[in-house]
Each structure stands twice: as C-alpha cells, then as structure tokens.
Design a protein around this ligand. Structure first.
Ligand code: BG6
Length: 549
C-alpha cells in the first residue's frame, strides 16, 4: 500500500529542524510498471509515489454531488501533481443531455469551488481536454453498449490501453443494474493486451448484514473480488494512514499497545454539522449505519490489529478482519440496552447560531426515531485486548468537529506522589485525526517550584508545524491507489460483512423497539452539546470519563 515514504517517516522530527523534501518531479518518479505482480510484494509499502498506467475513469453519477465535491477535484489535483499519465481520460456518465464542453464547464465550476489547490488556467486547460461525457440511463442496456463503443474509441484515440476504472457515485439502489449492465456489455472483462478493469463502490455498501451479503454475491457474479474497491474515505485520510506508520514504524509504542498497559480506548467522530439536506438518506441510515458501521469500525480495527506480515492488501485486510471477528457481539437485547446509547438532536445553539432539531429538518418524519448520536462500549476478545473496553461515540450537531482516537494508559502501580498534589491523570496518547491533525502524549511532570507538585503536561506533534506540504485529500489517495491496483485502503467483502455483523443486531433490536412509538432508549440531546447524559453514564459507570475535546 502507499504508506508515507521513507523520507516522510524521517520527516517526523521536532518542529523547526529537518523539513520534508520538496515534492518530487514527475521525471524522478518511479515509471509505470507493465505488470505490478512482478514487483516483490514484500516491498509493498516501501515503494515511493507511483504513476499508474493510462486508463479511463468512468464516473457513474457524473453530475451528482460526490462527483462535484470530491471526485473531479481529486482527479484535478492528481493531474496537477503529475500523477496521471497524459493519455488518461475521465468519462462522466449520467442521464442529463450534456455535451463534453458543457460537462467540462460544469466541472470547472465544481473544481474551482472544492479543490484544495487553486485552479490554474493552463493546468486546467490540459486537464479539461481529457474530460468527456456520455449520456445514458443506468438501467438501459443500450446505454452500456454505447459506453463500450465510446471507451473503445477513446482507447484508440489516446492510448488508454483498455484500462478502466468504473466509479459508482450513484445511489445504492442503482448499483446492481449498473454492474449487471457493465457485465452484459463485456466491460467487466480484463485482459485484452493485459488491460485491467476495476470498480469503485461507494458506501453505504448494504443496509444490513443480509443485504451486504447479497450485494457482495451479485457484484461477484460480474466482477472478481480482486477487481472490487469498496471505498471508505476515512482510510484515505493522511492521519489515518499515519496510524499504521505510528504503530509499526516506531519501536517504542508497540510494546505498550496491549491490555497490560492500556486501560481503555476512546474513539470519537464528532460533527457540528447537521444532516445537510440529506434527510431522506439519513432517515434510513442514522449515525450507526452512516458512521459506526464503516468509518468507526475501520478506525477501531486499525488501532487494535496485529502487525500484518507485510503491507500487501490481503495481509493488511486479513488482520483488520480478525479484529472485527474478535469483537464481542452486542447482543442479546439486554446487552444493547446496557452498552449502546442512541440519541437524537433537539433544537439548540452551535457557535452562537440557533439550529433546528432533527425532527424539524427537511425530509424528516416529525416523529422520527432515527439516531443522530451513538455511543457504545465493545471489547476485542483476543489475547492482546481482553478486558480493555473500546468506547466509541459519534454524533451530528455536537459542539465541534473533532475526530480523535485516545489511548488511555493504566496508572503506575504505586502512586508515590499522591500526597504531594492532586492525583495526576494517567498517561494518554491522543491521535487527532481532524482538525488540528497531530499526536499528543500527556504525562505527569513536576511543577518547577519548591515542593513536589505534579501536573499533567502535553507533548504535542502537529502536522502543520512539522511538515510544509499540504496533505493530499482522501479521495486523491484512494483514486490513485485504485488506479495502481492497490486495494489495501479499500474494504474487502468479508470485512464489510464482519462490520455489518456487529451493527445489524443493534439496528434490528432498535427497529423492534420503535414499533411502539418513541422508544425510551432514544435520548434527545440539545444541539451543541456532547450528546445525551446516558452516554456519560456509559463510561462513568466504569469509573471513566469521556475526554473533553
Ligand atoms: C460521510 C457521512 O461518510 O462522512 C457524512 O455520510 C459525514 O454524514 C462524513 O458527515 C464525515 O466525513 P469527514 O471526512 O468530514 O469527517
């Protein structure tokens, strides 16, 4: 997988000392390889940035929100960084009757609004020449025949060598018809002239365990698992990728990364935003399907996994799946009542602005029982983690946007300094995923005065002060990896099913409890607070507290 380079690992130095090397120029990058399988898989992860083979990226849902906000800006930035070969093409596929030119104009506006780097006219001109548009219906086979012909014409015109990356940026209800039509039109086949064909599938991948299994089955009727890239954008975040480097490129943390030293782990994905006009989607999903099933269980598995035997996609994902399989099921119902808290935001204030409650949002049932906040306690039942609770919490309309993994260590065996001052806090390691990306270590220090006062202090690494380069967007990293054929940061079929296996009993129980109207266990919380009191009680009954973020 494309972990940060050796240089970047070396770059983790104190602020103000060695700076990271300037970005490499295209001519010094490793050239595209004809057959990646010939590379020694044991070196995977040590290979520096790579340029993929030329290909056509076909975006289904090309006029939608995701294409505007994430996919096209990411492709533009890859082009700008010299990471897309000049022959590569982008082909938007959607219902609207656009010309290439119209689509390019719309995408220019989208990239200007959402790209992390400003649009430079000369670079855009060059990029725009690669963008094309194909009108079609997802359920209409003739549209896919026409798509196949268009792709062949692009291959012939520009030398994309028959390599295709299909991106499903469409509602999940359309996935199967698109996939079946791709299969019917022969577009899932690989191999002519060593060409490749891959499909990127957005979340949500399924609605529960059964539908995820069915979807996996249907996808594999057409594509081989090797060709399937299930995307979870959290895995492309630079700080999440750095979690692997932090754990496995340093010698000092791994020995304490276990039940002997760790008291508990807290993972928070907090958002101050509400549902942003996605009432329809959110009513079905709720926080548990939207965030816990994917992003949070992915973070948990990266924190808890064993070192993989290498950074090959299969080795890495094998270890993540093991963690998910070792999670103590949140079942039966009494266990859910005890260890899972759900909440829903009521009206409140965020940043001095009054905001609606969830039930007043557009497309939301005024009696809705959808969860916008979930906190839960789960255990990884294996040799390393037995008896170490993992507390997870996520919510919309919390006081701020903050995603963090906190490893709370045990207290020293004997508090020699107890009389000298207030009891110091136990050591803590906080991995800040966003914002203020960085890592903080909290430990006890003597207050520099006469006497023996002990206080907790922070040792703080921030990306902003240690590195001068901007981190790539998650979608840039993931699109590049998909083009390179590196699936390590994408979820495998068994992984998605294992995650649904944890979440489905909970959603099942909740839907049963919801039959009798507003259920007792759905706790309202005021927007702009850290969720319902019940979430505090979940950790306080174990003698612990949520970290204040
Ligand atoms: C998406 C969810 O997957 O992740 C959204 O559907 C959520 O509801 C978003 O807001 C959070 O992503 P990020 O990158 O802003 O933390």
């Amino acid at each position: 997988m494309s972990l940060p380079t050796r240089n970047r690992v070396r770059g983790l130095t104190a602020p103000g000392t060695t700076r990271e090397a300037p970005p490499r120029r295209l001519s010094r990058l490793k050239p595209p390889t004809a057959d990646r399988n010939l590379e020694n898989p044991l070196r995977e992860g040590l290979i520096l940035e790579k340029v993929p083979e030329p290909s056509s990226t076909v975006i289904f849902g090309a006029t939608g929100d995701l294409a505007h906000r994430k996919i096209l800006p990411a492709l533009y930035n890859l082009h700008r960084a010299g990471l897309l070969p000049p022959e590569s093409k982008v082909l938007g596929f959607a219902r609207r009757d656009y010309t290439d030119e119209h689509y390019r104009e719309e995408m220019l506006a989208a990239v200007q609004e959402h790209s992390r780097s400003p649009v430079e006219p000369a670079i855009w001109e060059e990029f725009a020449r690669r963008i094309h548009y194909q009108q079609g219906e997802f359920g209409d086979f003739k549209s896919f025949r026409a798509l196949a012909e268009r792709l062949e014409a692009l291959d012939a015109e520009s030398g994309t060598r028959g390599n295709r990356l299909f991106y499903l940026a469409t509602p999940p209800s359309t996935y199967i018809q698109i996939i079946n039509n791709l299969g019917g039109a022969g577009l899932a086949q690989e191999g002519r002239g060593h060409s490749w064909g891959r499909i990127v599938i957005e979340k949500p991948f399924g609605f529960d365990l059964e539908s995820a299994r069915r979807l996996n089955h249907d996808v594999r009727e057409v594509f081989d698992e090797r060709q399937v890239y299930r995307i979870d954008h959290y895995l492309g975040k630079e700080t999440v990728r750095n979690l692997l480097v932090f754990r496995f490129a340093n010698g000092i943390f791994e020995p304490v990364w276990n039940r002997r030293y760790v008291d508990h782990v807290q993972i928070t994905v907090g958002e101050d935003l509400g549902i942003e006009g996605r009432g329809d989607f959110y009513e079905e999903a709720g926080a548990i399907r939207d965030i816990i099933q994917n992003h949070m269980l992915q973070l948990l598995s990266l924190v808890a996994m064993e070192p993989p035997i290498n950074f090959d996609a299969e080795a890495l994902r094998d270890e993540k799946v093991r963690v998910l399989k070792a999670l103590d099921p949140l079942w039966p119902e009494e266990r859910i009542r005890e260890d899972v808290v759900r909440g829903q935001y009521a009206p409140g204030w965020i940043g001095g602005v009054a905001v609606h409650g969830y039930r007043e949002e557009g497309e939301v049932d005024p009696q809705s029982t959808t969860n916008t906040f979930v906190a839960l306690k789960v255990e990884v039942q294996n040799w390393r983690w037995a008896d170490v609770p993992f507390y997870l919490r996520t919510g919309k309309r919390l006081p701020k946007r903050a995603t963090e993994i906190a490893i709370q260590f045990k207290r020293p065996p004997l508090m020699l300094f107890r009389d000298a001052s207030a009891d110091p806090e136990p050591n803590l390691l906080a991995l800040r995923i966003q914002p203020d990306e960085g890592i903080l270590l909290r430990f006890a220090a003597k207050v520099p005065e006469l006497g023996l006062d002990v206080r907790s202090v922070n040792m703080d690494f921030t990306y902003g002060t240690s590195f001068t380069t901007d981190a790539p967007e998650a979608y840039e990293t993931l699109l590049l990896d998909a083009m390179l054929g590196d699936a390590s940061l994408f979820t495998r079929a068994d992984e998605v099913e294992a995650a649904w296996g944890i979440v489905t009993p909970i959603t099942y129980a909740w839907s049963e409890w919801d039959r009798d109207g507003t259920p007792e266990d759905l706790h309202p919380y005021e927007a702009g607070t850290w969720g319902p009191d019940a979430a505090d009680r979940l950790v306080e009954r174990d003698g612990r507290r949520w970290r204040r973020l």
